[in-house]
Design a protein around this ligand. Structure first.
Ligand SMILES: [Zn+2]
Length: 590
């Protein structure tokens, strides 16, 4: 356990937050949360206590009826502002009143016309990695865990949801109060709330889904198998520790595919396709309940422990439910995405190491698939070195031993040396963890579904494309892989033929569309423009938007159109996404 996290002002030798009692008033007129929070520490505190904050207006801090003096540090771009409570005088609890900024980086406030029903406003939080500090002062490091109770006051007619158990709801004249309890300790980045016109549908004894009423029916159908997914995951990783597994379908501007908020995964509405084909996404967010939420990275430099283990675990769930052929195909797609991300950073970039050194760097700005897929390949190499039986015992012991704890990479490697020494011997651990790029020896991966796409790629060289009927029968990941394996640019004619045979003009599958839009842009296929506009407007995924806008800025024909398009759609997106795309376009000179 480190004494310091480079992305937090918290001093981990000081007392730690153990529990929070929050009264949160949601003010849609001012786009602000007004919060009164009682903090309980793990021990009486004397001397300074340092917390993180960003753009917060702190009115007062009190302990036992006594006013506590505090100092605000200088605002820093990545870290925000340190709040130093000068001396708690031996108290182990204090109360703080704070108001968030309308520009709080954790929150997106949506006007009614940006929601599915178009009738009510919506607000939601995204705290990972460094945004909880824009909600309330906290030790905003994954090394500190706390439980909480919250009381949310919202305008009448709206529903509040949190990544916690809802324990009550009372109506007042024009307000409604929702009560929540989170009995399992979480790091601050897993704190989550959403308020909007939400309805709930039970899917199974422990599973359910929240969505805006117009989406509820389709969402309930799409995710109906979540209960059996939960059972499959428990069979692999041990008992589920979070009581319920519900989903919350987000507005389209949600910046990622999913966020593994405990008890309540936030998921993109773009996963509702009417064919249950985005199940790998649910497998991933569900797997986080063990690898990530239960065993957490100590700092964001150890992020691969969270995402690498979760990608390994989601692959195991997919394999159990859909078979090794589909799981192997998905591996092939992810490996190709990983190679692209490594190429983009440059093969010697430190951002391609599993263990990173991001002091002074915003983790959002260098987000990539490296911790996910390189981490998974490393774990798969360990598995293949000792066999699955032995590795599964190791995996279960890892989860059992470190549940509700935060680990550094070095803690993990020490555990590996001790518990699985023959794997640590057989695999080049140093190269996987501390060196950039990919080691030469990769774990073995096989899938006939993959081989078929490779054959089709060869047929394309000879001028033959799959027919519409053939492409329609493919697994969605085969279509994605086919698009990815094509040359970086193809002829305008081929763009048109592929668009037709894969039915891309009318598809709802944004993963395929994302691949095609970039290929078509690079190839100079200007007919793609209306599809590009619709995508930039409708898809909130930050990873995809950044890469789509990069392709637009880099192609000669679309470069002059890039900035005007961004200016037209930017207000639809999450402030984190908007800021990152804006920064990217500036770097690219548009
Ligand atoms: Zn994840």
């Amino acid at each position: 356990m480190p004494s310091h996290d480079p992305h937090s002002h918290a001093d981990l030798t000081q007392a730690r937050i153990r529990h929070l009692d929050l009264h949160i008033e949601v003010d849609f007129a001012a786009n602000r949360l007004r919060i009164v929070a009682e903090y309980l520490l793990d021990r009486p505190a004397t001397g300074p206590l340092d917390l993180d904050s960003r753009d917060l207006d702190i009115a007062s801090i009190e302990a036992g009826g006594r006013r506590i003096e505090f100092e605000m540090g200088e605002p820093e771009v990545v870290l925000g502002q340190r709040v130093r409570l000068l001396d708690l005088g031996g108290a182990d609890r204090f109360t703080l009143s704070v108001t968030t900024s309308p520009h709080a980086s954790a929150l997106q406030w949506l006007e009614a016309h940006h929601t599915a029903s178009g009738r009510h406003p919506f607000v939601y939080s995204q705290c990972q990695p460094l945004h909880a500090r824009s909600l309330f002062p906290c030790q905003d490091t994954p090394s500190v865990r706390f439980t909480y109770a919250a009381r949310l006051t919202v305008p009448k007619g709206l529903t509040a949801a949190m990544a916690a158990a809802c324990t009550g709801r009372e109506a007042h004249r024009d307000l409604e109060v929702f009560r929540f309890e989170m009995p399992q300790a979480i790091p601050s980045y897993l704190f989550a709330l959403a308020v909007g016109d939400l309805a709930f549908r039970q899917l199974g004894p422990r599973t359910g889904v929240y969505a805006e009423p117009p989406l509820l029916e389709a969402a309930a159908w799409e995710f109906a198998e979540n209960e059996s997914r939960l059972a499959a995951a428990e069979a692999l990783f041990g008992p589920y520790a979070w009581d319920r597994y519900d989903l919350l379908v987000m507005p389209p501007s949600f910046p990622s595919n999913g966020m593994e908020n405990p008890r309540l995964t936030f998921v993109t509405p773009l996963a509702i396709l009417g064919d249950r084909s985005r199940m790998a996404l649910i497998a991933h967010e569900l797997a986080h309940a063990w690898t990530g939420n239960l065993v957490t990275n100590a700092t964001w430099d150890d992020f691969w422990l969270n995402e690498g283990w979760t990608t390994y675990a989601d692959h195991r769930i997919t394999e159990a439910l859909e078979g090794p052929e589909v799981a192997g195909l998905l591996q092939a797609v992810l490996l190709d995405v990983l190679r692209e991300d490594i190429r983009a950073f440059g093969p010697d970039s430190p951002h391609t190491c599993l263990k990173t050194s991001l002091a002074g760097i915003d983790p959002d700005a260098v987000f990539s698939r490296v911790p996910y897929m390189k981490g998974q390949l490393f774990l798969l190499s360990l598995e293949q070195a000792v066999g699955r039986l032995r590795f599964d015992a190791f995996l279960r012991e890892y989860i059992r031993r470190f549940r509700f704890q935060s680990l550094t990479t070095e803690d993990f490697l020490a555990f590996l040396e001790r518990e699985l020494p023959e794997a640590a011997q057989a695999v080049d651990v140093q190269a996987w963890v501390y060196r950039p790029g990919l080691p030469e020896r990769l774990p073995a991966m096989r899938s006939a579904l993959y081989d078929e796409v490779v054959r089709r790629r060869r047929d394309f060289e000879a001028g033959a494309l799959p027919s519409s009927a053939e492409a329609a029968a493919w697994h969605p990941y085969q279509r994605i892989l086919f698009l990815r394996l094509l040359p970086p640019t193809i002829s305008i004619d081929d763009c048109g033929r592929i668009e037709a045979s894969l039915g891309l003009r009318t598809t709802k599958r944004t993963l395929e569309l994302y691949e095609f839009l970039r290929l078509a842009t690079r190839s100079g296929y200007a007919q793609v423009w209306p599809m590009m506009e619709a995508f930039a407007e409708r898809v909130g995924n930050e990873y995809q938007l950044k890469r789509v806008f990069r392709s637009l800025a880099e192609a000669e024909w679309s470069r002059p159109l890039t900035r005007p398009l961004f200016e037209r759609v930017r207000h639809r997106h999450h402030p984190i996404t908007e800021g990152l795309v804006d920064q990217l376009l500036r770097e690219l000179g548009v």
